[in-house]
Design a binder for this molecule. Structure first.
Ligand code: HEM
Length: 493
């Protein structure tokens, strides 16, 4: 049990968070950013449209040598992309040396990319970002092959399976929140605590390790997993020891070996965890996954589930701490459920938490963008996009457009209720879980996990900001992360 926080450890951790050099905290970076936003870079064209096609040429620029627009992107995130949309329109060419591509901005562009009517857009756009670490994960498969795998995996997410996952999640959540979190201390950092909690949940629900058992193995696997996930953000993007990319590949090897062994064990002695379920599931025609498929899917699933849920639950707790009226409203629903065991029916009654979740992931969208690559020449809102072009849709920005959302930066969960229904102003106004064939398969799983955590938390503590007027700042380098680790005070009720 962790009853207190060690001051030296806390100070070191804060120093690391504040002073590790990045585009976000380097002195003078704010001035550089403003200059860059006002600078006119020479125009670059993507490609001339075929004569007589009537299509327009997509234009943009290359930004700075070597780093392109990384500074504006890392610092501004969705606000920078909104600036692009407002100043250049929905189809903008970024001839970036890092990852050249077309930004497909706004809900109409999102609709074309997600609905993918003519199968012009493949998932291979994700490969340069995460390919080597997550190859053959479901999100990286395309078309027929993707549907084949998705049908089998779908069976692992049907309601009867979710019932059993919820039971397992709740065991881990109840134990951790009751015993491991430090109350009445403004130095308690919610983000790392949540990250650890969601990993512990995954160890049990995904891999079948009971909490507190197999400690060394679980720690080794969790570390390897964290390294693999971070590797996609590496600056040196080739395997040179001892740098991030190389370490990511080594960690992937460890995960492959671990999951191969677990598949053998689970095939012999099936349990109820997700890995075990993937060993058993089959589609309607009796197709099943091979051992290698399960290894690849598990490594991807761990990644897809982890930072997304952590980011969502942290943002929600932050908003609840800052909006006591919403916290009270959610707590009243939780109080009606009490402290008995949770199930899906009970969680479905926590309707205010659904509203807070939607509003939280609208404002801070965990998966800010969707990467695609064109498999043939195509037309995006009247612009010519040749085969092989990276195309990036940007839901994180669409969620902040004033033409879709009233007072977009205001925390206002009621916007998702009748009669306002702002999320229905456009079919692709609100896509935190993506859309079309690749829409998040773990959406309900994630929502149940997040609601389980918040229900237990709200029953036990009042959430308070660390100081009056506290505003969190987010680092948009990868998935949004609170720069300061998100201090929250837990007041026992
Ligand atoms: C709040 C939590 C989550 C968010 C915001 C989220 C978001 C997303 C998004 C935006 C996509 C689509 C990416 C694209 O279009 O290229 C996606 C796909 C996916 N997600 Fe999630 N996700 C969450 C939780 C989970 C969980 C808990 C799991 C697994 C248990 C999961 C598994 C997947 C998988 C396998 C895909 C790929 C689906 C496919 O390509 O068919 N996600 N997720």
């Amino acid at each position: 049990m962790v009853a207190t926080i060690s001051t030296p450890h806390y100070l070191l951790d804060q120093a690391r968070r504040r002073f590790t050099p990045s585009f976000n905290n380097f002195p003078g970076m704010g001035v550089v950013e403003r200059k860059l936003l006002n600078h006119q870079f020479p125009e670059r064209k993507l490609a001339d449209p075929p004569p007589g096609s009537g299509l327009k040429t997509a234009v943009g620029d290359a930004g700075l040598p070597v780093i392109g627009h990384i500074i504006e992107m890392m610092r501004g995130g969705p606000d920078y992309v909104k600036f692009l949309y407002e100043t250049k329109g929905p189809v903008v060419f970024g001839d970036s040396p890092v990852l050249p591509g077309i930004a497909a901005l706004g809900p109409d562009a999102a609709q074309v990319v997600y609905s993918n009517r003519n199968k012009d857009y493949s998932q291979q756009g994700w490969v340069p970002v995460i390919g080597p670490f997550f190859h053959r994960g479901l999100m990286l498969l395309d078309f027929e092959e993707h549907m084949f795998h998705r049908r089998i995996m779908q069976e692992a997410f049907v309601r009867s399976r979710l019932v059993s996952y919820v039971e397992q999640m709740d065991q881990v959540v109840s134990k951790t929140i009751a015993n491991d979190w430090v109350p009445n201390d403004a130095r308690f950092l919610l983000y790392p605590a949540m990250k650890e909690l969601t990993l512990d949940i995954a160890s049990m629900v995904f891999m079948g390790h009971e909490p507190g058992t197999d400690h060394d193995l679980v720690t080794k696997v969790n570390n390897a997993f964290a390294i693999t996930t971070r590797a996609g953000n590496a600056i040196i993007r080739t395997p040179v020891p001892p740098f991030t990319w190389w370490r990511g590949l080594k960690a992937r090897e460890l995960l492959e070996n671990y999951f191969r062994e677990r598949v053998q064990e689970q095939r012999a002695n099936p349990g109820t965890d997700l890995l075990s379920v993937l060993c058993q599931t089959e589609d309607e025609d009796g197709n099943t996954f091979s051992d290698e498929d399960i290894v690849n899917h598990m490594i991807f699933l761990m990644m897809a589930a982890h930072d997304t849920s952590t980011s969502t639950v942290t943002t929600m707790a932050y908003n609840l701490a800052g909006h006591p009226e919403w916290q009270q409203r959610c707590r009243e629903e939780s109080d009606r459920l009490g402290d008995g065991p949770l199930d899906i029916d009970a969680l479905e009654k926590l309707e205010s938490l659904d509203l807070v979740m939607n509003e939280s992931i609208r404002l801070v969208t965990p998966v800010q963008w969707a990467m695609r690559q064109t498999v043939r020449d195509t037309d995006l809102l009247g612009y010519y996009i040749p085969k092989g072009t990276n195309v990036i849709a940007y839901p994180g920005m669409n969620h902040r457009l004033p033409e879709l959302w009233t007072d977009p930066m205001k925390f206002d969960p009621e916007r998702f209720t009748e009669p306002r229904n702002e999320h229905k102003r456009h079919r692709y106004a609100f896509t935190p879980f993506g859309g079309g064939a690749h829409k998040c398969i773990g959406m309900v799983f994630g929502q149940l996990e997040i609601k389980t955590i918040l229900h237990r938390l709200l029953r036990k503590y009042r959430l308070e900001p660390p100081r009056p007027g506290y505003k969190c700042e987010w680092d948009y380098g990868g998935m949004p992360v609170p720069k300061d680790g998100m201090p929250i005070v837990l007041r026992p009720l």
